[in-house]
Design a protein around this ligand. Structure first.
Ligand code: PLP
Length: 394
């Protein structure tokens, strides 16, 4: 049997995908399973974006592009930063990648040496620790406490810093918690990063999905010094419902972006040409669909949140953005006689046929993640099933 490289021996497969696979298996066996594990908007990609992709193919844009992305797409991204966040980037400070996930992967590959530490607040998006490890880095977890809306404090950040700390990841709005750091909170964290010369990796992929009075602020907006210390990660997957097109990007320090581009030239060559033309249309076309999708998510959140917190044993900090609820289900698990939330989630799937993602995959074993990127009817049915499951078990 061929031996695999040490690099992949400690890779943890994505919990999100594992639960989705299990739900699919049950569905294939004829069960009526409701999956709330999805990490993608349930809307179609807006038609004008699809039309732009078709047009680009008909016009022959089906060849290699520059490794770091088309100049015309970078120019749209430059405009987007200027308009949305009053941030000015040169095209040379931007790299277009095969999704935000690949932008992060490439970034860690070029900034981390063996043993370099990256501070990852928990609960975290599942791929951060794995990507850091794949680059030889060491994830250092800092617990975002539920009573502090799952956010880390400046004191916590400070005490996690060592001589090997290279970067900290800030994901706001957050997957899985939906929490958003305020301007003051970001400033306080940013000051520490500047003091200790720590790179800030700001994952802003859910930037457009913000609800109520909440506001998304990029840490890079807060001062020229913080902008210089930050690499912003963003993309069109969540904002324009384009998960399958695989277009994301990084913006920041020119040397880092150049190194990422050099690496991409030997790995992907370039993001798909057609998808890049689609992303141009996403940014320079009408933004109404983005607003409508945001509105639909907010309506679902408001309805489903109220119903969720009425289920015995569930408590939930109300999310401010993204499309996930991250309730604490520890009490619910105990009330239903399960010793862990993981077991509770498994039973929910087997018996109530509702697929949630256990929080253990996000570094928060007392919680579960429900995605509301599905229709209200389906969400209400799922909540009803969880409620009935609890009633039967108690
Ligand atoms: N960052 C976070 C926090 C995410 O939740 C996701 C997708 O689930 C990504 C990055 C990756 O997005 P993309 O589809 O652009 O690779």
């Amino acid at each position: 049997m061929m031996k695999l490289a040490k690099r992949v021996s400690s890779l943890t497969p994505s919990t999100t995908l594992a639960i989705t696979a299990k739900a699919k298996e049950l569905k294939a066996a004829g069960h009526d399973v409701i999956g709330l594990g999805a990490g993608e908007p349930d809307f179609n990609t807006p038609q004008h974006i699809i039309d732009a992709a078709v047009k680009s193919m008909n016009e022959g844009h089906t060849k290699y592009t520059p490794s770091g992305g088309l100049a015309s797409l970078k120019s749209e991204i430059v405009k987007k930063f200027q308009q949305d966040q009053n941030l000015h980037y040169e095209p040379s400070e931007i790299i277009v990648c095969v999704g935000a996930k690949h932008a992060l992967y490439t970034l860690f590959q070029v900034i981390l040496d063996e043993g370099d530490e990256v501070i990852i607040p928990t609960p975290y998006w599942v791929s951060y620790p794995e990507q850091v490890k794949l680059a030889g880095g060491v994830p250092v977890y800092v617990e975002g406490l539920e009573e502090n809306e799952f956010k880390i404090t400046p004191e916590q950040l400070k005490s996690a810093i060592t001589e090997r700390t290279k970067a900290v990841i800030i994901n706001s709005p957050s997957n899985p918690t939906g929490m958003i750091y305020t301007e003051d909170e970001l400033k306080a964290l940013g000051d520490i990063c500047l003091e200790h010369d720590i790179l800030i990796v700001s994952d802003e992929i859910y930037e457009k999905l913000v609800y109520g009075d909440n506001k998304h602020v990029s840490i890079a907006q807060l001062s020229p010094e913080l902008k210089a210390q930050t690499i912003i990660i963003n993309g069109v997957s969540k904002s324009h419902s384009m998960t399958g097109w695989r277009i994301g990007y990084a913006a920041g320090n020119k040397e880092i972006v150049q190194a990422m581009t050099d690496l991409a030239s030997h790995s992907t060559s370039n993001p798909t040409s057609i998808a890049q033309y689609a992303a141009i249309a996403a940014y320079n076309g009408p933004q109404e669909p983005v607003k409508q999708m945001r509105q639909a998510f907010e309506e679902r959140l408001n309805i489903i949140y109220e119903k969720l917190i009425q289920i015995p044993g569930f408590t939930c900090v109300k999310p401010q953005g993204a499309f996930y609820l991250f309730p604490n289900a520890r009490q619910a698990a105990l009330m239903a006689s399960y010793s862990s939330v993981d077991e509770f989630v498994e039973a929910l799937l087997e018996e109530a046929k509702v697929a949630l993602v256990p929080g253990s995959g996000f570094g928060a074993p007392d919680n579960v993640r429900l995605s509301y990127a599905t229709s209200l009817d389906v969400l209400e049915k799922a909540i009803e099933r969880i409620k009935q499951f609890m009633e039967q078990k108690m």
